[in-house]
Design a protein around this ligand. Structure first.
Ligand code: BDP
Length: 328
């Protein structure tokens, strides 16, 4: 028996040596597809590539994240549904889109909620941010990290908005999740929830009179070409979020899941720096293109109008808002 066993193992070793000599393929790397709405030169997409670079480097090439920019994998709410089925592995989306599936997250995009960007980041990096990131698991996602998305302002096709009354009766596109529809209504406008990819043609056809977003996205989406009045109402900061698919991640080891989460968190500084630079470039380029950018000197009338949006929030969202305020 013994000699037969020994004989088998010698044969196995010889077979292995022969296979290696013949250049047997190394184990296949794990490929993860990441969906991104923005074009590759947008600072947030740039951060996706940096995240992919960190993951490749730290896993010694075992895990390859392929970034699919420009919404080629679909619009955000639909992409998230695909994450739930495991058809897409990772998505960088707006918190607003995730709040379609996890409504409590909507608390973080309340109008005029944060004192400034620093306040928002203290919240996101603190225990509240960690809890909310973890809470996306209830909808089949794995919360990996946050990115910066500046402040959102209105842009319109036909006239400059200077006071809330200028929005009266105007149809304004809003994201599909969260509170922005209520915010636009509070200002007197008519909110039209729509996927981002449909905004350009809706402005062009006159179906909507405008939309709202940060300067970088207003620029890279070319919306400035057909809605050249930009008014800095800065009515909300809606963080970006990077989420994985719980189904897709189930086949990864705990160590690899941790590697991905750590890489996403370690990309934040890169993304925030890229963001800061690009917001300036975008503002410069839209100005050069003839866009009228108006800074609102007194935001009080705008702030006052959103108090009703706060009053109507359910208790769980109000509790989160209170915690955000305690971070000041
Ligand atoms: C941009 C976000 C993107 C959103 C888009 C929107 O980066 O994720 O989907 O706004 O308005 O600022 O839908």
């Amino acid at each position: 028996m013994r000699s037969r066993k020994a004989c088998f193992s010698v044969t196995a070793a010889m077979a292995l040596a022969a296979a290696l000599a013949a250049g047997a393929p190394a184990p296949q790397p794990i490929e993860l597809r990441l969906a991104e709405l923005h074009p590759a030169d947008h600072p947030t997409a740039q951060a996706d590539y940096e995240f992919a670079r960190l993951v490749r480097e730290r896993s010694g090439g075992r895990i390859l994240v392929s970034v699919y920019p420009d919404s080629v994998l679909g619009q955000e709410v639909a992409v998230l549904e695909q994450l739930q089925f495991g058809a897409i592995d990772i998505a960088r989306v707006s918190l607003s889109a995730v709040s379609v599936y996890v409504p409590r997250l909507g608390a973080l995009q309340m109008p005029y909620l944060y004192e400034d960007e620093g306040h928002m980041w203290r919240v996101l990096k603190g225990d509240l941010g960690r809890e909310l990131l973890a809470s996306v698991s209830q909808a089949g996602f794995v919360g990996l990290g946050w990115f910066e998305a500046g402040a959102r302002s209105f842009y319109t096709a036909r006239k400059q908005v200077l006071v809330p009354a200028d929005l009266k009766g105007m149809r304004i596109r809003v994201q599909e999740g969260g509170v922005m529809a209520d915010v636009v209504s509070a200002f007197g406008g008519i909110a039209v929830p729509k996927a981002f990819g449909e905004v350009y043609s809706a402005i062009q056809s006159g179906e909507i009179g405008g939309a709202e977003n940060n300067a970088s996205t207003y620029y890279t989406s070319n919306h400035y070409k057909i809605a050249p009045f930009f008014t800095l109402t800065e009515h909300a900061r809606v963080p970006e979020i990077v989420v994985g698919s719980a189904v897709g991640f189930a086949s990864l080891t705990a160590a690899d899941r941790a590697l991905l989460a750590e890489a996403a968190m370690d990309t934040i500084d890169f993304q925030r720096a890229a963001w800061e630079r690009y917001e300036k470039v975008a503002a410069e380029r839209i100005r050069e293109a003839g866009v009228k950018i108006v800074k609102i000197a007194d935001l009080r009338p705008w702030r006052n109008l959103v108090s009703g949006v706060y009053a109507k929030q359910p208790a769980d969202i109000r509790a989160i808002i209170e915690r955000v305020r305690s971070f000041e």
